[in-house]
Design a protein around this ligand. Structure first.
Ligand SMILES: Nc1nc2c(ncn2[C@@H]2O[C@H](COP(=O)(O)OP(=O)(O)OP(=O)(O)O)[C@@H](O)[C@H]2O)c(=O)[nH]1
Ligand SMILES: [Mg+2]
Length: 707
């Protein structure tokens, strides 16, 4: 019979838990050189030995067992056995060996909880670089728990770790004997009395029951009894906590003297300091930051050019090949070519840009530079009511707002976290990229300045900048409306600079592309197909009448058959269900310069922005003659005319539409995640209204100016 075990990975932020999780489970959870990358629990399975299967649970990092941030509470609940979905039988405690003192503090707390534990020392390579030598066997004796050195970046030590887990599994009742803290850390009487209520609980866990009483799921009578013990014995939570930390550090110091040889601290991480002197320089630091962001956006633009052209070309060829196979007329050919193929090419063509963007953001995070951006911008952020830590969510929102909003859990102050959540969707996410790209290509001339600076790339950057500046402005205004008495502070451990892991970056790029194609693709396909139906069919009588009218016209003037056929298609589209809906809404958005096709696109992209492209592809394919199947969507949009003969996509409409997509809240998933993170419908609703209103206002102004 094989045994089943639940193993939780815990440890300080940025100590390598997720790296180890990935190495053990073969999964690809996000890893980054930034404290607070993981903000929720994730599980995967791993074979420990022939007869032992384990479920491994990756958790957000915590500095100590005194949680302050939302993500720290996630780990706390699991460790305290308060999380019904994650009940670990044992713990792998991941500790950064190059940062021993602080990591050992947390280790000692976990050991005192008396859950079976194996310690995994990561970053041994970094430790030896700064001249730290650890006597692991000696440390094992002192701590009373098994320790294994691992390097999840190259899978070193995994076998030994599994062996250790196996031994612990055979002897699950194993517990280290000596506590790090003395019984006297709190009122001894209070502890003993509580132990009588919660029989079999470790002393240290009792301390937590006393400190966070309201947080635990006690029965009503237990709660009353514990509260009574606290008042009877004058229990003081703050004093207990301070005493605990002191006792622990005293023991840790002794242990380290016995088992660790540290190099002269002055020599420590000289390289790191040198780099920080450059990157965090009072003036130069900001120039470097601007340059980094500039290069990032420019590269998204021109690096992606070539693969995108390639994909577009392939689809043009594919479409004409498929149409040559299918019968020339009939709804099935139309559905294949204009519904499915058009929708598919609309999705796939953006893969290069999305991969490059995610890759570059991962690179920023992996090297440790992202944390420096937080540091550099803290002052500015504070002025508008945010925090240096808001930068990481904001920059990752350039890729996607959903994980970005979750990563705001890393922010301690409630008001700052809420503000960050409220403004994050204003940052231009990768779903806007397709819309930007296609509209820019339509209305901005492709000019190069100085031989390399593309005008289109510059406009793209301005759009990103507009979103960012608006985000800051909105936060500055909103901060007056959200009340808070909490003090704000900025504590972010600056991680050491590290060479990026290229494999990690490539994996992230591929994963994100996959998610984009599958998740977004599903929505795009469904909506494209639905739209195809709505724009092909209409009220039967009406459609018949239109067809009959053109039949008669063709009989009267057979020479003009071709142009009449084209006119018929347009008329049919106008009278289809989609046409009816579009024409109905058009008056509301005409002041922004949009026609009825665009109004349909705006409605469908309230589900998700990237649907815009699919919608356009469908509407323009359906409206066009079959002979134009082989041209690209961009071409079709460029040649689209209004009833009065002017171009639909002129500069004014193009810009107005771009601005609309920069600002409007068009993403169901984001609203859902905001509801989840703020635990209320109030904030997503406010967000939806303010963003849509702002979008309408700015697009209106833009159109009126450029008209
Ligand atoms: N040099 C070195 N780097 C490592 C080692 N283990 C992990 N890393 C790197 O450390 C960084 C942090 O790794 P993560 O796995 O994201 O850390 P985490 O503990 O999950 O962090 P949070 O989720 O933020 O709490 C990444 O850049 C890893 O590549 C190691 O043994 N040696
Ligand atoms: Mg992690």
């Amino acid at each position: 019979m094989s045994k089943k075990r639940n193993i939780a990975l815990v440890g300080n932020p940025n100590s390598g838990k997720t790296s180890l999780f990935n190495a053990l489970t073969g999964l690809n959870q996000q890893v980054g050189n930034f404290p607070g990358v993981t903000v929720d629990k994730k599980s995967g399975s791993c074979k420990i030995a022939d007869n032992i299967d384990a479920t491994i649970i990756d958790l957000p990092g915590t500095y100590s067992l005194y949680p302050k941030r939302a993500d720290e509470w996630v780990a706390y609940n699991v460790l305290m056995g308060e999380d019904a979905d994650a009940q670990p039988d044992m713990i792998i405690l991941v500790a950064d060996a190059s940062n021993l003192k602080r990591n050992l503090l947390f280790c000692s707390q976990i050991i005192d909880l008396k859950i079976p534990v194996v310690i995994a020392f990561t970053m041994m390579d970094m430790a030896s670089k700064i001249g730290t030598e650890i006597d692991i066997a000696g440390m094992e004796r002192e701590l009373g728990v098994p320790i294994v050195a691992v390097n999840p970046r190259n899978n070193k030590g995994l076998a030994a770790l599994k062996k250790s887990i196996e031994q612990l599994t055979d002897n699950i009742s194993y517990k280290s004997e000596r506590d790090f803290i003395e019984e006297n850390i709190a009122n001894t009487n209070a502890i003993n009395e509580t132990k009588k209520i919660l029989v079999g609980t470790s002393t240290y866990k009792i301390v937590h029951h006393l400190i966070n009483t309201t947080h635990f799921s006690f029965t009503a009578s237990q709660k009353i009894a514990i509260e009574k013990i606290k008042t009877d014995n004058n229990f003081n939570a703050t004093k207990t906590q301070a005493e605990e930390i002191m006792q622990r550090y005293t023991r840790i110091k002794q242990i380290m003297q016995l088992t660790v040889i540290e190099d002269d601290p002055l020599k420590k991480s000289l390289m790191n300091e040198r780099l920080d002197n450059i990157f965090l320089h009072r003036i130069g630091g900001y120039f470097i930051l601007l340059a980094v962001l500039f290069v990032m956006f420019q590269s998204v633009y021109w690096l992606a050019r070539f693969p995108m052209d390639g994909i577009e070309w392939t689809f043009v060829k594919l479409t004409s090949w498929v149409s040559s196979l299918l019968p020339a007329q009939g709804w099935f050919s139309d559905l294949c070519v204009n519904g499915i193929l058009a929708g598919l090419s609309g999705i796939l063509v953006f893969i290069p840009q999305i991969m490059i963007l995610f890759g570059l953001i991962t690179l920023l995070e992996d090297t440790g530079y992202m944390a420096r951006i937080s540091f550099l911008t803290d002052k500015l952020m504070r002025k508008v009511g945010l925090n240096g830590k808001s930068v990481m969510p904001m920059i990752s929102a350039y890729a996607c707002a959903v994980p970005a909003i979750m990563s705001a859990r890393n922010i301690e102050n409630k008001k700052e976290r809420l503000l960050t959540i409220m403004i994050t969707p204003l940052m231009s996410c990768s779903a806007r990229l397709p819309v930007y790209t296609i509209l820019i290509a339509l209305v901005i001339p492709s000019k190069l300045y100085f031989g390399f600076l593309s005008l289109q790339g510059l406009v793209m950057m301005l759009l990103y900048l507009l979103g960012t500046v608006l985000a800051l402005l909105v936060s500055w205004i909103m901060k007056w409306f959200i009340k808070s008495t909490e003090r704000s502070f900025f504590i972010l451990e600056l991680p050491k600079y590290r060479a990026p892991r290229w494999k990690n970056i490539v994996i992230t790029m591929v994963e994100k592309a996959k998610i984009f194609v599958v998740d977004a693709g599903k929505v795009i396909m469904i909506i494209s197909l639905l739209l195809w139906i709505l724009s092909t069919f209409g009220p039967a009588e009406k459609m018949k009448a239109v067809s009959a009218k053109y039949d008669a016209l063709i009989v009267a003037a057979p020479l003009q058959k071709q142009s009449l056929d084209k006119e018929r298609k347009t008329a049919l589209l106008q009278n289809s269900f989609a046409g009816i809906v579009g024409n109905f809404i058009e008056p509301a958005i005409r002041p922004l310069g949009y026609d009825w096709k665009i109004s349909i696109a705006i409605i469908t992209s309230f589900a998700a922005r990237e649907v815009f492209v699919g919608t356009m592809a469908t509407l323009y394919s359906v409206g066009d003659g079959a002979d134009e199947n082989s041209s690209t969507l961009r071409h079709k949009m460029a040649t689209a005319l209004r009833p009065n003969g002017t171009k639909v996509y002129d500069l004014a409409t193009g810009l107005s539409l771009l601005i609309f997509y920069v600002i409007a809240m068009q993403c169901m998933s984001t609203l859902a995640i905001v509801k989840r993170e703020t635990k209320s419908w109030k904030y997503p609703i406010i967000q939806f209204i303010y963003m849509t209103a702002l979008a309408y206002f700015f697009s209106f102004i833009t159109y009126q100016i450029f008209k």
